[in-house]
Ligand binder design. Structure first.
Ligand code: AGP
Length: 616
């Protein structure tokens, strides 16, 4: 949600700001704007509701004046509808101050009343304009942007990343973060701010995350950081592991199409460096200590959406290999249920962005109640890993499409690596089983490559089904979370009702949904190694076929038992049961994308959705 970019330097500030916003489009937004302290000493700005192109068109018709200092913003509406007037930046102090904001200022009404009483007025419905007017009001008292900003941020409650600049102090941007992301980019004679590294990765790979309740001031040649009390703080600089081209579409019809083909590399790159002599060792877990892993009595996985389904898949592996009970909980439910958490609890958060507020708050809650926390995250320097006791980074590369694909398989990979690392430490698997499962994991990328070749068949299926009003997904055991994920993909991309069920649940209600021609995807377990569950799923298929369902089965090559009962069969390579999820999910990703294509929908930025949900 919301993309932020700040720049002080000698390049074309308009170009740097617009390009930085474009690289963050995937964060989700419904208006955009920029403001620059122009070379004539005044602030020049433009903002438009709609997609970034509307702002680009506006800038072509009414160019803003260039200057060395600028801020830009893509807004995902919270307070106030998407409109030109509610778009950021917001101006104050007679147009001499410009401010942008990501998050929600929960006490904005109180502050707005205070500013109205002080004689100020407002033109928008937003909490952000209240922040701008407050900083402008304090600037009149202090004559110093850093001082005004520091006094303003301690008055605000909620979640915010704020950037402000004042025309009396050109060449300076002051920013702060509280429960919302902010990254600094270090250039040569220029410096950058962004919601994530995509804002400036085209210009520098040197970055650092601003910490909670910290204020950063950037000029073209200096970056200074303090906490909200004014004490100096040092940032931990890191090297961005990918370059700008990785976040380009690269000739693909959509980022999602590109990222589905990157599923194999996402698994391979997440494994890399973590299997030695056939055994999994995760260096990042060393600081937790083996004794801690031996002493864990329970694991709680906290995540949202697709990440939570990855957690459900990983839970099977952790329980079967490391023999630790695992409870997967939706982040936004976890901390309001008065959960049982103590020092022997390990909380594993799963988050592609590392900025999902619900998951961040769940991690903090668990730590406050004595648990240790491991983050599985795809975004370097993000807030959740920074708040955790250890992090297992996935290396899927930047995932730009809102619908998660390669990050999902990378998350499962991270969980399987953890499970095998813990099983080795806890000695719950033999050396043979440890090495066998590690080898199975290393074989996954090549098997996904094989499944990707079914893309054209799945695309044709999607075209035939483009007018279907509803699709159901069935799975059992480790295939059940894949059914849920397949349903979510279809909801968020094709905007049609779809639902995933545990196949055994059918007779307890959902079978009433089966009518003639109802499309049902069924994830069929291996007949070789899951014979009992396989037989039950075949029975489930017969039950729905008998009631008119149109069955699309995802089954392993050579599974003859499914053929008489399925209208379509999408074959996947042979794999041990726990490794089938990596393969069965691929056709479902492709199906959802192709059906959205067939309906002429925006595959990369589905309506109402944001890539990172940074508000609760
Ligand atoms: C998945 O396609 C969605 N984009 C959404 O469910 C996402 O997985 C969820 O919001 C969690 O995001 P995170 O992994 O960045 O925490």
């Amino acid at each position: 949600m919301c993309g932020i970019v700040g720049y002080v330097g000698t390049q074309s500030t308009v170009d740097v700001l617009v390009a930085g916003l474009k690289r963050q489009e995937y964060r989700g937004y419904d208006s955009a704007g920029i403001a620059i302290i122009a070379n004539d000493g005044t602030i020049s700005s433009a903002k438009k509701a709609g997609k970034l192109q509307a702002l680009v068109d506006e800038l072509a018709a009414h160019p803003v004046r260039e200057g060395a200092t600028g801020i830009g913003h893509t807004r995902w509406a919270t307070h106030g509808a998407p409109s030109d007037v509610n778009a950021h930046p917001h101006l104050a102090d007679d147009g001499k101050l410009a401010l942008i904001h990501n998050g929600i200022i929960e006490n904005f009404s109180e502050l707005r009343a205070e500013m109205l009483a002080a004689g100020h007025d407002f033109v928008s419905e937003t909490d952000t304009e209240v922040a701008a007017v407050l900083v402008g009001h304090l600037y009149r008292e202090t004559g110093d942007l850093r001082a005004a900003f520091a006094r303003a941020v301690i008055r605000m409650h909620g979640a915010f990343t704020l950037l402000a600049m004042h025309s009396d102090e050109p060449g300076l941007i002051v920013a702060a973060r509280h429960n919302s992301p902010l990254i600094v980019g270090f250039g040569d004679g220029e410096n950058f701010l962004g919601s994530d590294v995509a804002a400036f990765v085209a210009h520098t790979h040197r970055a650092a995350a601003v910490g909670q309740d910290q204020i950063v001031a950037i000029t073209s040649d200096a970056v200074t950081v303090t906490d909200f009390a004014g004490h100096s703080v040092m940032l931990d600089e890191f090297e961005v592991a990918w370059d700008a081209s990785a976040s380009d579409k690269g000739g693909w019809s959509s980022f999602m199409a590109k990222e589905i083909t990157e599923n194999p590399d996402a698994v391979a790159n997440t494994i890399r460096g973590r299997i030695d002599a056939g055994l999994v060792t995760i260096p990042e877990l060393a600081e937790l200590g083996d004794d801690f892993l031996k002493g864990i009595s329970r694991i709680i996985v906290v995540a949202c959406g697709t990440a939570s389904y990855a957690g459900m898949v990983g839970a099977y592996a952790i329980e079967q290999w490391a023999r630790i009970p695992v409870d997967v909980q939706l982040s936004h439910e976890f901390r309001y249920r008065d959960p049982v958490v103590d020092a022997s609890t390990l909380v594993i958060s799963i988050s592609q962005s590392g900025e999902t507020m619900d998951t961040l708050m769940a991690v903090k809650y668990a730590q406050e109640h004595g648990a240790r926390a491991i983050s599985i995250c795809n975004s370097q320097g993000a807030t959740i890993p920074r708040e955790s006791d250890a992090v297992i980074y996935t290396h899927a590369g930047p995932e730009v499409a809102v619908a998660s694909t390669k990050a999902f398989v990378a998350q499962i990979t991270g969980l399987y690596l953890f499970a095998l690392h813990a099983a080795r430490v806890r000695e719950t698997l033999t050396h043979e089983d440890l090495t066998h499962n590690a080898a199975e994991l290393e074989a996954v990328p090549a098997k996904i490559e094989q499944v990707l070749t079914t893309g054209s068949t799945v695309a044709q299926l999607a075209k035939w089904m483009s007018d279907t009003p509803a699709v159901l997904f069935l799975g059992r055991n480790v295939g059940y979370p894949i059914a849920l994920e397949g349903a979510l993909k279809l909801k968020e991309l094709a905007y049609i009702h779809s639902e995933g069920f545990a196949a055994g649940e059918l007779k307890h209600g959902p079978i009433a949904l089966i009518d003639h021609g109802q499309p049902v995807f069924v994830i069929v377990p291996s007949p070789r190694k899951s014979a009992v569950i396989h037989a039950k799923v075949i029975s489930n298929i017969q039950e729905i076929r008998a009631r008119g369902a149109r069955v699309i089965a995802i089954a392993e090559q050579g599974d003859a038992a499914v053929l008489p009962f399925a209208d379509e069969v999408i074959q996947i390579p042979l794999a041990d049961p726990l490794f089938e999820p990596f393969l069965a999910v691929i056709p479902l990703q492709i199906f959802a994308m192709e059906l959205a294509h067939a309906k002429g929908l925006d595959v990369d930025q589905p309506r109402n959705l944001a890539k990172s949900v940074t508000v609760e």
